[in-house]
Design a protein around this ligand. Structure first.
Ligand code: ATP
Ligand code: MG
Length: 347
């Protein structure tokens, strides 16, 4: 009879290509409290270009990660992303939620280049309290295959049933909670992972564009190995270190240029598709790649706007021992996505 003590825990599970990450948030008190973080490395060959190559290995890493949280909850929130997920802001006539749901399939046919029989759709009304004849809706379409593959992976890890969210939304949720200052004007959030970088552009806090760039710490590491003769371990240590070296500066410039071009292309696309789009005011960076010494400074001088490290733990209460032997400063930048997932309150 632990009625009053009933905990409302959510486990946010991010199956990244470099690290499987679980974040546990306690929602009992109404303000989210971080109670546990677990990070498990994955072999390079386990997930390649967003595809799970070694199902058993990844399922094992998920099982280990969830076991290590020590939480028995079935409230596990995970997400899908990548090129088989489309997020698009559209304008439709203002209708009630239930009616919008009906309209969405028809709208999706106009906006989504996938076969409608094989997608799962979701949407979010961005201006529910506004008046006027039209409303802005964020339409999400994910290939059903992708969602089912994720569910299978979780089931095989003994972690079902699960809620499957969308990467871009989870990143946005964690960012909005921790960086209210970034919710005005137009800003970019870059989550630089192991294989990919998720780019989200927000306009007054509303996500208006999301895309993936094929840059990640794996590329940085391979550059250091190829061009500077570093071993894989030494290269990795440089990327996670705190000191700049000439070798790192070269790599930051090479891959930073790809990130800069990705952001410029996205901004040009927005400027041509929406008259109201202004200039990017600032860039916020998270993910393992955000830690590469010298990268943020390089991006700031290349883009000529402020570039800041985004911290998903900035406004969370952290319970003693939640990080155990992990170093908060070193791991925090990597947790934007799993924190966003765990922020979904338990039902
Ligand atoms: N403290 C750390 N522990 C482990 N890896 C780190 C750390 N700091 C930086 N890294 C680097 O960051 C990478 C992981 O970053 P992140 O967790 O953002 O990627 P991911 O989510 O696994 O990848 P992706 O999103 O591209 O699939 C590692 O592969 C490593 O190169
Ligand atoms: Mg990631």
């Amino acid at each position: 009879m632990a009625f009053f003590g009933r905990k409302k825990l959510t486990v946010g599970l991010d199956v990244g290509s470099g690290l499987v990450k679980a974040v546990v948030i306690d929602h009992t008190s109404g303000s989210p409290e971080l109670v546990k973080v677990v990070v498990t490395p994955l072999a390079d060959t386990a997930i390649v270009e967003g595809e799970v190559m070694d199902h058993a290995l990844v399922a094992d890493a998920i099982r280990q990660t969830i076991d290590a949280t020590g939480v028995k909850t079935k409230q596990i929130v995970s997400a899908v992303g990548g090129r088989d997920v489309i997020v698009k802001k559209i304008q439709i006539e203002r209708v009630k939620d239930a009616q919008a749901r009906e309209l969405m399939r028809w709208e999706a046919e106009q906006h989504v280049p996938f076969d409608m029989e094989s997608v799962e759709l979701d949407f979010q009304i961005l201006d529910p309290d506004a008046e006027g004849l039209e409303m802005s809706v964020l339409l999400v379409a994910a290939k059903r295959e992708l969602v089912e593959a994720k569910r299978d992976l979780l089931t095989d890890a003994g972690a079902a049933p699960a809620v499957i969210d969308v990467d871009a939304f989870a990143l946005h949720n964690a960012f909005a909670l921790n960086h209210p200052d970034a919710m005005r004007g137009t800003v970019a959030l870059l989550n630089i992972g192991h294989e990919a970088t998720n780019l989200n552009i927000l306009d007054d806090g509303i996500p208006i564009l999301t895309r993936d760039l094929t840059v990640g710490t794996r590329r940085f590491r391979e550059d250091l190995q190829r061009d500077h003769g570093e071993s894989a371990d030494d290269a990795e240590a440089l990327l996670r270190g705190f000191d700049r070296t000439i070798a790192l500066d070269g790599v930051a410039a090479l891959r930073g240029e790809e990130l800069a071009i990705g952001m410029e292309r996205a901004a040009t696309f927005l400027a041509t598709s929406s008259r109201s789009f202004g200039q990017l005011r600032a860039i916020y960076v998270c993910g393992g790649g955000a830690r590469v010494p010298g990268l943020l400074g390089w991006l700031a001088s290349r883009m000529r706007i402020p570039v800041e490290l985004a911290n998903p733990l900035a406004r969370l209460t952290i319970r003693d021992g939640a990080m155990e032997f992990l170093s908060t400063d070193e791991v925090a930048p990597l947790l934007m996505l799993p924190v966003g997932l765990a922020l979904r309150a338990a039902a």
